[in-house]
Every structure is written in structure tokens, then in C-alpha cells.
Design a protein around this ligand. Structure first.
Ligand code: ADP
Length: 831
């Protein structure tokens, strides 16, 4: 209730001041002046332009209605005592003669100015009152802002208007109010910079009390001087008033400059993003508003020149101040201030300031030197050029650098960045790529000292560090131990309180393990069915600044999308795997059934001939000895073929089950080859093969399993025989190459099509042509070869041309006898 009363009281006071303002506006409206454009040159006022007539041009006005004056302002004061349409007698000096003229006074302000002044002053008033009404009376900042705005309203409306000297006239009151408002506005503005966005210095009163005291004294003195000037119609007192008013202007300008510096200081030392946002609004208004007023109007005026633009424009520009300030106090999140307050704008402002400064300085130099000889003016402009080159460009550049550092070091355009990151994340196809994007984007926007991306398996409760940088001792064991401290199942980030701005939504971190592992922030990845399945751990920011609300927001949003992307990637993987598996299963079962039918057929062929020749031998007929041994040889040969086929099936089933074992010893490749040729010689001759064996002159020692290598060679030579047609030539060559021992088995047979080459080592695989060509086989020979070679840490390569022949090269690492490093062949699936 009490506060309510306080508010009402202040509003009533406001209403009173508004009434005074309106009276002031009435006086401005009626302010009169001489119907000439007048310029001041030293102590005399010269008429430069007179509407409708040229007869006054160049004349000097010396007195008006019998009173003398020395400046424009004193003449203005004299006119202020009269009304528009009044007749005034002026004394003018022209062509060496003095004469008196009667002229009619005209309005001082143009209609355009009057409209703009009304709009501007009302804007200040309304926004000031609005902020005050919306805020509690305890909000010092709102209160001080309100005061500053009402004072500015008064400055605008009570600015020198017509003085009414009649008893009921308010002229004196208005002048007193105007002076007081002018002095106090600057001080109130300074006051505001100490209490917004928060009280920045406990002892700010020690500065403000003297300032307010000085301002009150100054306005008291001005009030006294102007009262005497008006009541006694005294130009002397008016002159004193004018001197005091100049002091007041200086005070106003200094207040403005100080306020800006103080805001910049607040910005630099602000710890929260909210504060910085509010201050960015303030700085925007301040740079554009008061600074343009100071630079374009006050500075040139104090230097005795005209303002650089029309007063109306400055008034309009000034409206930006209450607007941005009100936004800052009431609704700083209204618009994206960063979009307005971007580098371009700041650079522009800086450039504008430097330019204005330049104009002031060169103007000053010109006035100093300017009792213008041609010589001195060229010196002046030369001097100006030197100043520009030496001072302004470096100044501009270092200011821009400073702007970059102070304002934009930690800045990123939140919305654009967020959209960009989400798009990139959604486009990723694999975990590698996703991690790349995540790391890169965090580095470029937030820039942290340490970062780790971790996958969590909620079934096994295990962590897997996918990638990390900067954490000196991050172990998945630690993560498992501190799971509950690091992970939040609701997806709320856990942050060390010290590194985060107030106002963010987070869970405060436990001392352990955050301190010991150097973690500042932990963000959990939550799946769509609300299971935690990952972590992003971050160290402190490189800038040593706190995590802002934007940072946390950005990380939250990013991780939500990372989580979605990870789930999508996992699902795709599973699908691809399943598909590949079913395809493999299908192919394998097809091959196996083909194998069963072809193998049983293969087994039948030798069996049939064995039975047939055995029966022949049993027959009651006499058989020649020659024939008998031929039949026996056939039976033997077929039995061997059968047993080899059975062996390879059995062998391969061992390989498939992973129970095939090898026993390694040191062997000479040449002697294995000799052995195998001996075994195969009979068969080769029987089938009319010419064969060439060429052995390396030196021993080729290998760590190998003798039986297995023999089997490999037998398989290769058997294939060479099986897949040869007209030209029956086989060669077996051993050699040494780059320290490896090689054995090459080549034939001039049917060859293997290029497209089949990658598959011939697959189990059960047989080339199309061979099967249709009805050459017997199981499709297991080369699968066994490959498996044996893998177990020996050796390789097999094949080159082949269809119709010309094939060559299989086995390549082993050579062993020296001291080297006991045997390969560990223990079977395996050999695929
Ligand atoms: P198979 O029992 O059918 O001979 P392998 O695994 O030994 O099974 O060989 C697989 C396939 O590779 C054969 O079906 C055949 O088409 C092809 N092949 C193997 N060696 C040769 C060769 N020396 N010349 C032509 N084709 C060959």
C-alpha cells in the first residue's frame, strides 16, 4: 500500500512537471525573432539574409528597442521579451551610417521543428513513465531512468521560449526549470550508469552526492541570475547566466562521456550474458543518441561554429535513447540484439566517431591558424593530412581491434549457429563424422580446454571413450565408478557452479570426480526411450569466461540432435548388418545344398570305376598281366582321389569348427616341393602332363606345418591338372624375393575369368564354367589353401588369363634357424 502511495505521489509530481512542460511548449511556440538570418562575427551581429529584400544585407545590428547587445544569445533574450507580430525598432549600421528601422517579429521555430520537438519530448516522457509504472519503486535503476527521462522531457519543452514578463507569465519559472533540468539530467544519467544493470560499486554515493550538490548549486545560481536578468531587464545578469550556462553544457557533455565509459567498463567486467545483453541495448542507444548530439551539436557549438546537422534531426536521433534503454530494462530479450549490434554497426560507429573527432580537431586547427593567409591555410591542411595519416588510421584500426576483442571474442550469433550445427549433425552418416562435427563446432563456438565424447552401454553399465582431447587422465573405469555423479538421467546438464552464469538450468556438480578429472560440465545423451547412452564432458572455456546461457542452450540443443543422430546411425548399422547376414546365410545354405548334391555325385564317380574294375579283376575270364596291373593302377588312383576328396571335406569341417591345429617346424620349401612332386608324379604321367620343376639354388627355410603345406601344393597341382585341356603343361618353381620364399604353380589350362578371381577362395565356391564343364570338385580346395596360408602368416595370389592359363603364387616369410618366432596357427574359421 505504501509503495502504491509512493508511486502515485511520484506520478502526481510527474503530472505537475508535464504541466510545466506544456507551458514551456506554448512558449516555444510563441517565441519570436527578427525576420533576418543573422551571423555573429566577433562582437557584432551581421544580417546575412533578409527575406524579400536585399537592402539589409551586410548591415550590422547595434541596438534593439534602445538596448545594446554583444552576442546572438543576448539578442535572442531581448526578442524573447516580445511576441510574434510585435513591432521592434532596430538600429543598424550600414555604409558607415547608423539608421533606425522598424521591423515585425516572426516565429523563431519552424513548424517542422515544433512537430519533431513534440514527438521527441513525448517519447522520452512516455517511456520514462512506462518503465517506472512497470517496475517496483524499489527498482532504483527504473526510478533513476524515469527521473532522467522526465528531466530530458523538460529540457526539450522548456528550452528558451518566449519570456512573458507580465505578472502572470511563467517565463522565469520556465528558465529556472530548464536550467535545473539541464544540469540534473547529466548527473542523473551518470547515476543510472552506476545502478544498471546492477549496482556496480558499493560506494558510488561518494561520487554522486558531490555531483548532485554541485548540480543543485549550479542550477540555483542559474535560476538566481536569470531571475535578476528578467526582473531587472539586465543584460549584465543575463551575461552571467550565459557563462553559467556554458559551465552547465560542459558538465552535460562530460557526464555523457563519463556515462559511456562507465557502461563500457560495466560491459567489460560483466559476468553474465543477461547483463551483457542489457548493456548491448544500452550501448546501442548511447552510441547513436547522446554521442551524435555531443559530436554534431554541442562540440561545434562550444567551438563557436554551427551545428553539423539541423536541430530537428538530432532530436529525432535522440529518441533512440529512451527506446533502447526501456527495452534494456523491461524487455532485453525482445529482439536479437546481436543481430543489430553486430561488427558492422560497431565499426560504423567507431568510424563515425573518429571522423567527428577529426573534424573537431581540424576545425580547431583551422580556427587557430585561420586568420587566413594562403600560406597558413595550406599549412593547416597539410597539418591535418599528417594527423590523419599518423594518428587516425592507426587509431581506427586499433579501435576496431579492441571492438573485436572486447565485444565479439565470446560472441556468436546464437540462432544461426544453432541452425547450422543441427543441419550438419543431421547430415552425418557415421559416428566418426558425427564426432568430427561435434568437436569442430564446440571448438569454433565455445572453445574449451578439454572435451570428451563418450558412449555408455546401459545394459552392461560400461563407458567407451569415443574421442577426447585435453583430459590428462580420463579412464572408462573412473567413469564407471562415478556414473551417478557424471550422468543425469533426465538430461539436465551437470556443471561446476563456478563456471556458469546465474540463471541457467543445471544440476550443481559434485566435488568428485569433477575436480580430480578436470571436468567443468557434463552433458548426458538421452535416447528417445529415455535411456542415457552417452556423455559429453567439457573442461573450462579457453577464454576463462563462464558458460553463458547461450552456451548451455546451444550444447543442450546440439546434444539432443547428436543423440537422435546416434540412434539413427545405430539403427542403420543394424539393418545393414542384418541384411548382410541374411544374404550370407542364404548364399551359404544354397552353396551347401549344391555341395551335398555335387559331392555325393563326385564320390560316386570314383566308386563306380573302383567297383567296375574290381569286378573285372574277379571275372572268370583270363586277364593279361598287363591289363591286370593297369586295372589295379586305376583302382588305386580312384581310391586316392576319393580319399583326397573325403580328406578335404573333413579338413574343411575342422577349419569351419575352428579346431584344425598346426604344428610348426623349420622346413625347406624345396624339399617339400620335391616330396609333393614325387607323390604326384605317377598321376601326372598317367594323365600325359609334361611338368617342369625348377628349385631355387639355396635352401628356403620356413616355419611351417609340413602336412598342411603339402596339402596346399597337392590342391594347387590337382587343380592345375583338372583345369587343363589340350595343352598339358604344369610348372612348379621356387624362388626368393625380398627375403620371402615363393612357390609358383602354373598351368596352361582354361584360366579363370577376372570377375571370378575374388571369389574362388570362398568355401564351396566353384566357377560357373567349371561346374558346367563337369569337372569334378568340391569347391573346398582353394578355401583350404587360403586358410592354411593365413595360419602361416603367408599369402596366396593368383593371376590368370582365360584360355591361356593360371599361376598361383604362395609367399612365405623366410625363417632363419635362430628365429623361434613361430606363427600361432590355431585354426580359426579361415574365411
Ligand atoms: P574345386 O573343387 O572346384 O576345384 P577349388 O576351391 O579348388 O574347388 O577351386 C575353386 C574354383 O576355382 C574351381 O571350381 C575352378 O573353377 C577355379 N580354379 C581353381 N584352380 C584353377 C586353375 N588352375 N585353372 C582354372 N580354374 C581354377
Amino acid at each position: 500500500m505504501i509503495f502504491y502511495k509512493q508511486k502515485i505521489t511520484i506520478l502526481i509530481l510527474d503530472a505537475l512537471l508535464v504541466a510545466i512542460g506544456l507551458a514551456g511548449y506554448y512558449h516555444i511556440y510563441h517565441k519570436a525573432t527578427l525576420p533576418f538570418v543573422i551571423m555573429q562575427q566577433e562582437d557584432s551581429l551581421i544580417i546575412t539574409d533578409a527575406p524579400n529584400t536585399v537592402e539589409f544585407n551586410g548591415a550590422v545590428i547595434t541596438r534593439m528597442n534602445g538596448l545594446g547587445f554583444g552576442s546572438m544569445e543576448q539578442l535572442e533574450f531581448l526578442c524573447d521579451g516580445l511576441s510574434i507580430g510585435d513591432q521592434a525598432v532596430i538600429e543598424i549600421q550600414q555604409y558607415g551610417r547608423i539608421r533606425a528601422e522598424t521591423v515585425t517579429l516572426v516565429p523563431f521555430y519552424s513548424p517542422g521543428y515544433l512537430v519533431v520537438a513534440a514527438i521527441a519530448s513525448l517519447s522520452f516522457l512516455i517511456l520514462g513513465v512506462l518503465v517506472f509504472v512497470r517496475r517496483s519503486v524499489h527498482d532504483t535503476a527504473a526510478m533513476v531512468f524515469h527521473n532522467a527521462m522526465v528531466l530530458t522531457f523538460l529540457i526539450m519543452t522548456t528550452t528558451w521560449g518566449k519570456l512573458q514578463l507580465e505578472a502572470d507569465g511563467m517565463g522565469i519559472l520556465l528558465r529556472i526549470v530548464f536550467s535545473a533540468a539541464y544540469v540534473l539530467a547529466g548527473t542523473t544519467f551518470v547515476h543510472f550508469t552506476f545502478v544498471f544493470p546492477r549496482v556496480k560499486w558499493g560506494k558510488y554515493h561518494t561520487v554522486l552526492y558531490p555531483l548532485y550538490t554541485f548540480s543543485l548549486l549550479l542550477s540555483g545560481a542559474m535560476g538566481y541570475a536569470v531571475t535578476l536578468a528578467v526582473t531587472e531587464y539586465s543584460v549584465t545578469w543575463y551575461r552571467i547566466y550565459l557563462i553559467l550556462f556554458d559551465v552547465c553544457r560542459v558538465q552535460f557533455a562530460l557526464s555523457g562521456i563519463f556515462a559511456i565509459l562507465n557502461f563500457i567498463h560495466s560491459y567489460k567486467f560483466s559476468i553474465e550474458e543477461i547483463e551483457r545483453r542489457k548493456l548491448r541495448w544500452i550501448l546501442l542507444g548511447t552510441f547513436i543518441g547522446p554521442l551524435s548530439f555531443i559530436m554534431l551539436w554541442i562540440v561545434p557549438n562550444t567551438m563557436g561554429a554551427q551545428g553539423l546537422v539541423r536541430e530537428e534531426i538530432i532530436l529525432l536521433i535522440l529518441i533512440i535513447v529512451p527506446v533502447t534503454y526501456s527495452i534494456s530494462i523491461l524487455k532485453y530479450q525482445l529482439m536479437n540484439i546481436d543481430a543489430i549490434f553486430n561488427r558492422g554497426t560497431v565499426y560504423g560507429l567507431v568510424l563515425f566517431l573518429v571522423l567527428a573527432l577529426y573534424m573537431v580537431i581540424t576545425g580547431g586547427v583551422a580556427t587557430m591558424v585561420g586568420t587566413a593567409t594562403a600560406m597558413s591555410s595550406s599549412i593547416a591542411s597539410g597539418f591535418a593530412i599528417v594527423i590523419i595519416v599518423l594518428v587516425f588510421d592507426p587509431v581506427r584500426r586499433s579501435i576496431q581491434k579492441m571492438v573485436d576483442r572486447k565485444f565479439f571474442r565470446i560472441q556468436y550469433d546464437y540462432r544461426i549457429t544453432q541452425r547450422e550445427i543441427i543441419e550438419l549433425i543431421n547430415e552425418t552418416r557415421g559416428m566418426e563424422e558425427l564426432t568430427d562435427v561435434l568437436f569442430e563446432k564446440i571448438e569454433s563456438n565455445i572453445s574449451v580446454e578439454r572435451i570428451a565424447f563418450i558412449r555408455y552401454n546401459s545394459n552392461q553399465r560400461t563407458f567407451q571413450i569415443l574421442r577426447q582431447s585435453g583430459f590428462p587422465a580420463l579412464q572408462s573405469d573412473d567413469l564407471e565408478q562415478y556414473r551417478s555423479e557424471l550422468m543425469n538421467d533426465a538430461g539436465i546438464p551437470i556443471l561446476d557452479q563456478v563456471v556458469v552464469e546465474a540463471g541457467a538450468k543445471f544440476e550443481p556438480a559434485a566435488q568428485q570426480p569433477f575436480k580430480s578429472l578436470g571436468i567443468s560440465a557434463s552433458f548426458s545423451l538421452i535416447s528417445q526411450d529415455l535411456r542415457p547412452f552417452g556423455l559429453l564432458l567439457l573442461g573450462p572455456k579457453k577464454s576463462q569466461l563462464r558458460y553463458s546461457l547461450e552456451d548451455i542452450d546451444l550444447l543442450n540443443v546440439t546434444l539432443r540432435h547428436v543423440a537422435l543422430s546416434m540412434e539413427k546411425i545405430a539403427l542403420q548399422h543394424k539393418l545393414i548388418q542384418e541384411e548382410a547376414e541374411t544374404l550370407k546365410h542364404k548364399e551359404l545354405s544354397e552353396l551347401k545344398s549344391l555341395f551335398v548334391s555335387s559331392v555325393s555325385h563326385e564320390f560316386k564317380t570314383p566308386l563306380t570305376s573302383i567297383r567296375m574294375f574290381a569286378e573285372l579283376l574277379h571275372s572268370p575270364y583270363q586277364i593279361q598281366d598287363e591289363k591286370r596291373s593297369e586295372y589295379l593302377a586305376i583302382i588305386e588312383g580312384e581310391a586316392e582321389r576319393l580319399s583326397r576328396m573325403i580328406n578335404s571335406v573333413l579338413d574343411y569341417s575342422k577349419i569351419e569348427k575352428g579346431i584344425k591345429e598346426y604344428s610348426f617346424e623349420i622346413l625347406d620349401l624345396n624339399s617339400i616341393v620335391r616330396q609333393v612332386i614325387k607323390l604326384m608324379e605317377y598321376q601326372l604321367k598317367l594323365n600325359k602332363f609334361t611338368f617342369q620343376v625348377s628349385l631355387h639354388e639355396k635352401e628356403l627355410l620356413l616355419h611351417a606345418d609340413k602336412d598342411a603345406i603339402e596339402e596346399v601344393l597337392i590342391n594347387l597341382i590337382t587343380n592345375a591338372m583338372k583345369y587343363s585341356k589340350e595343352i598339358r603343361e604344369i610348372s612348379v618353381i621356387t624362388s626368393s624375393d625380398k627375403g620371402d620364399a615363393l612357390v609358383t604353380v602354373s598351368d596352361k589350362g582354361i584360366g579363370i575369368p577376372q570377375t571370378e578371381l575374388p571369389r574362388i577362395f570362398d568355401p564351396y565356391y566353384r566357377c560357373q564354367d567349371t561346374t558346367s564343364g563337369r569337372i569334378s570338385g568340391t569347391g573346398l580346395g582353394l578355401a583350404i589353401v587360403r586358410h592354411v596360408m593365413d595360419a602361416h602368416d603367408a599369402s596366396v595370389e593368383v593371376t590368370s588369363i582365360v584360355g591361356e592359363g593360371s599361376a598361383f603364387v604362395l609367399r612365405f616369410k623366410q625363417a632363419n634357424e635362430n628365429n623361434a618366432d613361430f606363427p600361432h596357427g590355431n585354426g580359426g574359421t579361415g574365411s
